[in-house]
Design a protein around this ligand. Structure first.
Ligand SMILES: Cc1cc2nc3c(=O)[nH]c(=O)nc-3n(C[C@H](O)[C@H](O)[C@H](O)COP(=O)(O)OP(=O)(O)OC[C@H]3O[C@@H](n4cnc5c(N)ncnc54)[C@H](O)[C@@H]3O)c2cc1C
Length: 286
């Protein structure tokens, strides 16, 4: 197996264009598991760890641009202010070792329906920046990035360069059900982001469908019926939970049954909206 070691982004794009079968490796917390267990044996690994810019984040054009190689530990330590939903999700990933190595870019590259970054990226309205040497940059909204189980819109000659996330303008929450509190793949998960200026609520469902997805009908319900000045109407909250559950399309597997996941999504949807709404009303009263 060849080991390609570009030191600049241009070299990385050239390597991917010349060897589309090469597998990018950033933190390696997914790739190395697959190689160790012989799930795949690629002709070449494309090591991105020497491309320093991938580990940087910046505020650009009103958006937080998070380089594909920014590890979860940095999201937690440096980005919890502008990106509270993503930081909450990052705190639930693996162990300290995994959070030091593992990256949001790697989570996107793996495109697992259970990846913890995806629901908060969907709820916040993130856009994935990908690039190829031949066709240049493509900006792909997170909602269009996930195509199937571990399948994304990324073409074989493309690399993920960054993800652009609007900084929070209201409360955000992430909730995850697992069989224990740490080192656990989500049985299912849910993220919610209030966008008070747009009078809109964003959602993201994890591990309860072939891809991470938004609960669009539930979002439309709140956009039409939520009174942003008043306490939450219990009937509206219940209906929101039901519509979020209806947006899920889970399967029975070793981690949980489809029926349990549907139920858990409705509970997490109601809980996260209640938490966020309490914060919202407190902020208004302050
Ligand atoms: C013990 C353990 C616990 C874990 N716990 C969790 C958890 O709680 N939640 C969770 O979501 N995940 C978990 N994971 C999975 C993993 O840590 C995450 O998916 C992580 O985000 C992967 O990031 P990475 O940088 O290590 O990716 P890598 O392993 O380097 O890459 C992952 C995939 O993305 C591709 N890739 C990487 N960078 C790029 C790029 N720039 N452009 C294009 N493709 C790219 C790779 O080719 C590969 O297909 C766990 C893994 C382990 C081993």
């Amino acid at each position: 197996m060849d080991f390609l070691r570009p030191t600049t982004w241009e070299e990385a794009l050239a390597a991917k264009a010349d060897r589309p079968g090469s597998v990018p490796i950033q933190g390696g917390t997914d790739v190395m598991v697959e190689i160790n267990f012989d799930v795949r044996r690629p002709p070449a690994l494309l090591d991105l760890t020497r491309v320093a810019e991938l580990r940087e984040w910046s505020m650009t054009g009103g958006l937080c641009r998070v380089g594909a190689g920014v590890p979860y530990a940095a999201v937690i330590g440096e980005l919890a202010g502008p990106l509270p939903g993503l930081a909450q999700a990052a705190r639930t990933v693996g162990s300290p070792q995994i959070r030091n190595r593992g990256t949001v870019g790697g989570n996107l590259g793996a495109a697992s329906p259970a990846g913890d970054s995806h629901p908060p990226l969907l709820a916040a309205g993130a856009v994935v920046e990908v690039e190829s040497r031949e066709r240049g940059v493509r900006m792909i909204p997170a909602a269009e990035f996930y195509l199937g189980v571990k399948r994304s819109a990324l073409e074989p000659d493309e690399l993920i360069r960054a993800v652009h996330v609007p900084p929070a303008t209201g409360p955000q929450y992430f909730s995850k059900v697992g069989t224990r509190n740490a080192m656990v793949i989500a049985v299912c998960s849910f993220a919610l982001a209030l966008h008070p200026r747009e009078r809109r609520v964003g959602t993201g469902i994890g591990s309860a469908a072939p891809t991470p997805r938004r609960a669009l009908e539930a979002e439309e319900l709140l956009a039409a019926e939520l009174d942003w000045e008043a306490p939450l109407d219990p009937a509206l909250l219940r209906r929101f939970g039901e519509l979020c559950a209806r947006a899920a399309a889970p399967i029975d597997d070793v981690r949980g049954t489809a029926a349990y996941r549907v139920h858990a999504i409705s509970v997490m949807a109601r809980r996260t909206l209640t938490w966020a709404w309490n914060d919202h009303l407190k902020e208004r009263a302050a």
